[in-house]
Design a protein around this ligand. Structure first.
Ligand code: UDP
Length: 248
């Protein structure tokens, strides 16, 4: 448990989907997988889960490969192939996170959208829900299983089909800004923003397709920085650790 939260506090949400970008698996500026970054993530997520929330984690793969970037400028690798490679990258992250979580004592299941029977269970919605009801942390890898979309979209889709109360989008910046905070030091951090503002102002901290999906069903999103100690736990407890995106 992190120093900031009382271990006995009950989570605000019954069930959440937590989207963790591939960047969470490395130190800033690096690529690949760093064992201590994975362990840091595992500690943060396990501390959050221990407040009684049902936790499904959707993983990105950008620390290893993003399909669109990988295939750009080449004719020998079809873009669809590169996207499948990106989906497989998320499985590597999933295997690492699963072991790290279990080393801390968590009960987990790794489920993949592309069948890989030797290493993980296939994602089956009803089975995923059952694991959650039994208090297991489920790690959902392989995105949607289809190319040309991102794991943000996969997270929105899983959050909807699993009836999550909120989509927690853990990323490398503090929330939704008026402009890219890594390029514009004067960018303003919003504490709250509507789906419509995200679209109109072209605020791209999250894949617009995922935001649209959430807006269609009124699913709130919290965008926050995973690098800040205790943020995942605070988000699960319902504290405003980043930007809340909803229909208001
Ligand atoms: N991807 C895909 N279909 C999906 C999810 C992911 O084709 O449903 C591919 C896509 O190429 C993407 C890559 O997997 O770039 C890694 O995912 P993403 O870029 O979303 O990872 P993140 O930015 O969150 O680390």
């Amino acid at each position: 448990m992190s120093a900031g939260a009382d271990a006995g506090q009950q989570a605000k949400y019954r069930r959440v989907v937590l989207k963790i970008s591939g960047e969470g698996f490395v130190h800033p500026g690096e690529r690949g997988i760093s064992v201590d970054a994975v362990l840091h993530l595992a500690r943060q997520t396990y501390a959050a889960a221990r407040h009684g929330v049902e936790l499904a984690i959707v993983l990105g793969g950008g620390n290893i490969l993003r399909g669109a970037q990988f295939s750009a400028g080449t004719t020998c690798i079809h873009e669809a192939t590169a996207h499948y490679m990106g989906m497989l990258a998320t499985v590597m992250n999933g295997l690492a996170l699963q072991d790290a979580l279990e080393s801390l004592g968590a009960d987990t299941r790794l489920m993949t959208a592309i069948r890989m029977d030797g290493v993980a269970e296939p994602y089956i919605r009803r089975r995923a829900r059952r694991h959650l009801e039994k208090g297991r942390i489920i790690i959902l890898a392989g995105g949607t299983g289809s190319p040309f979309v991102t794991t943000d979209t996969a997270a929105a889709q899983r959050a909807l089909e699993l009836d999550a109360d909120i989509l927690l989008k853990a990323t490398r910046v503090d929330g939704v800004f008026s402009d890219d905070p890594e390029k514009n030091p004067h960018a303003i951090l919003y504490s709250k923003v509507s789906y419509e503002d995200m679209r109109r102002q072209n605020l791209r901290v999250m894949d617009p397709e995922a935001v649209t999906k959430c807006s269609e069903y009124g699913l709130p999103i919290m965008v926050f920085n995973f690098r800040k100690e205790g943020n995942i736990e605070q988000a699960v407890l319902g504290h405003r650790v980043g930007t809340l995106v909803n229909g208001d």
